[in-house]
Design a binder for this molecule. Structure first.
Ligand code: BGC
Length: 409
């Protein structure tokens, strides 16, 4: 009798997974890990064992490189975290499963916002499964430091620089900022959106219109962007975003520009929105929303019915209301579905949900939502070199950017 009870869990664990599924992503920081656990448990509930193919670093660039190698050798994973125009690039290679061919997507027109549907579509077909919406143009504030120094929440860039000077004088780091190129680029994106507005932002970073890229206004954006550098900490070369975010949550730094995945990380370390940190619009960007939509593409499995079954369960799970709630609570993002009750979410997520419905939306170029990762990498390098070279000239950088974009378009 005793023996059979002892054996029960083992027998159960072997028989309980009908299948397994390999998924590539770059969710490795705290918060991201918790949301990945939600994915793992939700799949387990559906009898699928998740095989995590998690690649650390470079805001997903390393993950994409590894994926390219796997795909070239004819051995892609079952699903991969691919977003924005890269979805179209992978579709053109002919390796992706059309989502509508494995699950019923007829309700998507009703439950998913148009922007989301456009992002995951190629030639009128859904080619990826969306999971969340992150807002990128956030400014995060350490509440304790702001209260201690009696600083008002910065609404304009003048307010921001005035606060940064006071924070520096008080011995804190004004701006938590890591040392990788995409993080520099994210600062630039936030500054550019607020100074240019949505139309010029789209003309510059989505359409690559030389009249906006190579303009006196863009030179001003670059010059103002460079003013942020002295407020960042020294010794951050190569440091990732979550290392910078830790400076804020440990009361060493007072502000950070970052997408709301940072919130996921702070929450995972026991901090809470509105009591430990505040979320405000990047100065002068109220009413503008730079979005980043995470999604997964499904690699074609040549109609092996079991593989297709696993992928269809995966796709259905990601869009289920339960998963949408639990996953996004952990990730710091908002549900991709427009019919999820937001009461259990914090004030920042509730603001983001409302703002997404009412703001002027622009795709985040640093998060690969505005161009392919190839083009985005070229832009990011130019922007980051300028930010880190004390002698770099804004006018020359604008010219370089314009020439580089002409070459790739
Ligand atoms: C992804 C997020 C992720 C962040 C930091 C972004 O590109 O879209 O899901 O949390 O990178 O790793």
């Amino acid at each position: 009798m005793k023996k059979s009870i002892l054996f029960l869990p083992l027998v159960f664990s072997i028989n309980s997974y009908a299948a397994s599924m390999e998924v590539l992503h770059w969710w490795t920081a705290a918060g991201e890990y918790e949301s990945q656990q939600v994915l793992e448990n939700s799949l387990l509930d559906a009898q699928i064992k998740l095989r995590n193919f998690a690649i650390v670093g470079e805001g997903g660039d390393s993950a994409i490189r590894v994926l390219q190698m796997r795909a070239l050798s004819g051995n892609p994973p079952d699903a991969a975290q691919i977003k924005g125009p890269d979805i179209g690039e992978w579709t053109k290679v002919g390796m992706l499963e059309e989502v509508g061919s494995i699950i019923d997507t007829s309700s998507w027109a009703e439950i998913l916002p148009q922007t989301v549907r456009d992002t995951i579509s190629f030639n009128g077909h859904y080619m990826a499964v969306p999971v969340n919406i992150h807002r990128v143009n956030w400014l995060w504030l350490n509440k304790k430091i702001f209260e201690q120094l009696k600083l008002p929440v910065p609404v304009t860039w003048d307010d921001f620089f005035a606060a940064a000077d006071k924070i520096k004088a008080a011995g804190y780091i004004p701006l938590a900022h890591g040392g990788t190129a995409w993080q520099d680029s994210l600062l630039f994106e936030s500054m550019a959106l607020s100074l240019l507005g949505s139309e010029k932002y789209i003309n510059a970073f989505v359409k690559h219109d030389p009249a906006v890229i190579n303009s006196p206004e863009m030179i001003v954006v670059f010059e103002k962007f460079k003013r942020l550098k002295p407020y960042t900490a020294k010794g951050m070369v190569g440091k990732d975003w979550f290392q910078a975010s830790t400076l804020l949550s440990t009361d060493k730094a007072a502000m950070q520009f970052m997408g709301d995945w940072a919130k996921g990380m702070w929450n995972a370390s026991g901090k809470a929105a509105m009591s430990d940190y505040l979320c405000v619009d990047v100065p002068e960007s109220a009413g503008l929303f730079s979005y980043n939509i995470d999604s997964f593409v499904l690699f074609e499995k040549h109609n092996f019915s079991n593989e297709n079954k696993v992928q269809s369960t995966f796709a259905q799970t990601l869009l289920s209301p339960k998963f949408q709630t639990e996953f996004n609570l952990a990730k710091g993002s908002i549900p991709v579905r427009n019919d999820i009750p937001m009461e259990s979410f914090d004030k920042c997520a509730q603001k983001s949900f409302q703002d997404f419905a009412s703001s002027e939306l622009v795709p985040s170029f640093t998060q690969n939502l505005a161009s392919t990762s190839h083009v985005q990498n070229i832009m990011t390098k130019i922007i980051s070199n300028y930010f880190n070279d004390p002698n770099a000239d804004a006018a020359k950088t604008v010219k370089r950017l314009s020439l580089a974009l002409r070459a790739v378009n």
